[in-house]
Design a protein. Sequence first.
Length: 256
Amino acid sequence: MTKFLIAGNWKMNLGPTDAAALAGELSKKWPSGSFSNDVVVSPTAISVPAVVDALKGTDIAVSVQNVHTEDSGAFTGEISTPMVKDAGCKYVIIGHSERREYFGETDELVASKAKKVIADGLRAIVCVGEKLEERKDGSQQKVVKKQLDGVLSAIDSSDSKNFVIAYEPVWAIGTGETASPEQAQEMHNYIRSVVADRWDETASKNVRILYGGSMKPANAEELLSQDDVDGGLIGGASLKADSFSELIEIAESLSK
Ligand code: 13P
C-alpha cells in the first residue's frame, strides 16, 4: 500500500521567525503518531534549522527546495547534500518549474541533482510539467517524457522508493487554475507507464506521483481520489496552518 505524500513548498516565503511560527502551529496540531501518511514541509534554506527545531516531536519531515551537485567548494550561494542532511532534512525538491524558468536549470542538471540526492540517502521530489502553450498544442506528454528521460537514466530502479515525481502543469501554478481530476489522472497514469517502460512495473508502483498546481482543500479530495495521484506538492495553501492541516486531513480520510 502506498502512503500519500502531502508536501508544502513554501518557496521564497517565511524567514526563520515566520517559518518557525507556522511550523510551531503544525507541531501543536500534529504531534507524533497523529497521521498515517507522509507529510513534508519545504522552507527556504535559511529557515530550515528553525523549522527542524519547531517540528521536533512530530512526524513532519523537512525538505529543501534545491541543492548543488558537489559536496563543498567555491560555489557561492549554493548548499550541498551533506549540509542538508546535517541540518536534519530528508527530502529535496529538484527541478521546480520556477528553477527551470528563472535559474536556467536544464533536464541534464535536474538529472544530475536527482542522482546526487538519492546517492546521498535523501529523497528526491523531481518536478515535471508542461507550459500552457504545450498543453494547448497537445505536446504535454512529449514534454513530460523528455523531462523524465534523463532522470530515469540517472537513477536506478532499486531507488524507486526514494524517488518522487511531482507533476506540476506550469499553467496551474499560482494561477488558481487547477488541472481537472481527469487531466491529472491521465498524465499521472502516463508518467507511471513511462517509469514502467524504463524500469519495471513494481518500481513504477513504488514511485509516488504528486500533483501540484493550485491544490487546496476545495479541490484536494477529487484530485487525491484519482488512482495514480499519490499526494500533492502544495504552494499557496501550504503557507497557512489551517489550509495545510485540512489537506493532511483529506489525505487521512482517503486511504490509498
Ligand atoms: P501553488 O499551489 O501555489 O499553485 O504552487 C504549486 C507549486 O508550485 C508547488 O511546488
